[in-house]
Design a protein around this ligand. Structure first.
Ligand code: FES
Ligand code: FES
Length: 160
């Protein structure tokens, strides 16, 4: 049995030792916002936050997370933490098929959070690209995604 906090709610479940976090979230908890793509740690579609840091849900065993705090795209959306980023994704047409989008938003949220910790400086487009490089998107060519992240960073820096 493990007990963890998922999107602010305490959850206690029996998990098989080899159950990966992404399957635990999707299949056991019904949180299907995070996607399973490659299931080998390559594509980033399964990105979620564990204890404040982003991880690949397909590489982490759920059984290892007793006591952890997990945030999925559902929790991130509900909290409003990235409402501006999501609006910019829409405005910039940064989601085409949308399969990569939840993982992209989780990773972009990490860029925003770290920029804030670093004192509000705005990372360059190259730095944004570097940070997003572990998340594969087959549709957008990344241009629109980088635009959306950059717009959000700049707007937050202006209003800080
Ligand atoms: S499904 Fe986890 S990195 Fe691709
Ligand atoms: S929008 Fe389709 S993979 Fe990114």
């Amino acid at each position: 049995m493990i007990t963890l906090t998922v999107n602010g709610e305490r959850v206690t479940r029996h998990v098989e030792p080899r159950r990966h976090l992404i399957d635990f979230l999707r299949l056991d908890l019904g949180l299907t916002g995070s996607h399973a793509g490659c299931e080998h740690g390559v594509c980033g579609a399964c990105t979620v936050r564990v204890d404040g840091e982003i991880v690949r849900g397909c590489l982490v065993l759920a059984a290892s997370l007793d006591g952890a705090e997990v945030v999925t795209i559902e929790g991130l959306s509900d909290s409003g933490e990235v409402a501006d980023l999501q609006a910019n994704f829409v405005a910039r047409n940064a989601a085409q098929c949308g399969f990569c989008t939840p993982g992209m938003i989780m990773t972009a949220a990490d860029i925003l959070a770290h920029a804030k910790e670093a004192g509000g400086g705005t990372p360059s487009r190259a730095e944004i690209r570097e940070h997003l490089s572990g998340n594969y998107c087959r549709c957008t060519g990344y241009q629109a995604i980088v635009d959306a992240v950059e717009d959000t960073l700049k707007a937050r820096a202006e209003h800080a």
